[in-house]
Design a binder for this molecule. Sequence first.
Ligand code: FAD
Ligand code: A2P
Length: 273
Amino acid sequence: MNDQTPVTEAKPVKTLPDAQTVTEVQHYTDRLFRFRVTRPQSLRFRSGEFVMIGLLGDNGKPLLRAYSIASPSWDEELEFYSIKVPDGPLTSRLQHIQAGEQIILRPKPVGTLVLDALLPGRRLWMLATGTGVAPFASLIRDPETYEKYDEVILMHTCREVAELEYGRAIVESLPDDPLIGEFVGDKLKYYPTTTREKSKYMGRITENLRSGKVFEDLDLAPMSAEADRAMICGSMGLNRDLKEILEGWGLEEGANSEPRHYVVEKAFVGDGI
Ligand code: FAD
Ligand code: A2P
């Protein structure tokens, strides 16, 4: 390049202070993938929290979206589990990211799906649809979850079996995990269901709670405000419907500033409900 050459290229991400390097990418379906990135040395977070991540937009400005950290707080890297929205400003590009490339990560974790936002209880229910399983992928790998609860139940519902694979693989790896296996023991109960493809357990989380089928299948007592705590992460429709069910059973919504019986976070915004 000589002095007269105009500089038209966008600033590369790696020159930004918040750049992190992608270390691994795995695709599950044409709608879902996970990726891992380097972790800023100073980043501390509570399992279940989310951060803003993204890429440089065509205008040279960061294009950022909220993402739950799916890895546990003891992991030396960070993992994210992502949707691929065909025309989505971020994910239409993010889905093509490869190891060695860079993303932007704002190291300011926040969120309500944290153990601190719940009163002490005996059982913890994690209720997710789709990519809403991401914060729970972090929490089920956190020893504190098992120190605080006798039983942990993960209900995850997707349309099809292949969409459950990310969560299933993590759950199945836990008993043999050298770091977390002994904390998990037999405390974690997993209840994956599909709604549009045949599988062992079927139906929406809402239906399986209302009908009591999940309690029968897992041989558990029904939920009560005295024993049970819950975390919800899904579409606005799921969150609304589950709140109604849990409140009907006497559970009250909590927050970081006021711990109660259950907490909620949107897995995404904009489904118009
Ligand atoms: P956008 O313009 O952001 O979204 C376009 C449309 O796609 C939305 O209107 C919605 O209808 C649909 N959509 C967006 N995200 C999803 C999704 N995850 N599942 C189903 N439909 C969706 N997304 C993740 O993939 N993984 C996460 O861990 C995650 N954590 C989030 C945490 C919070 C607190 C919030 C608010 C959102 C989170 N999201 C997550 C959604 C994420 O912020 C983006 O919306 C998503 O990455 C799509 O970005 P986009 O720019 O391509 O499309
Ligand atoms: P369904 O197939 O009956 O719509 P999506 O892929 O649209 O984000 O949905 C993910 C999963 O969440 C699907 O299995 C879907 O079931 C389920 N779901 C969608 N809305 C609700 C709701 N309001 N309550 C419970 N489950 C829901």
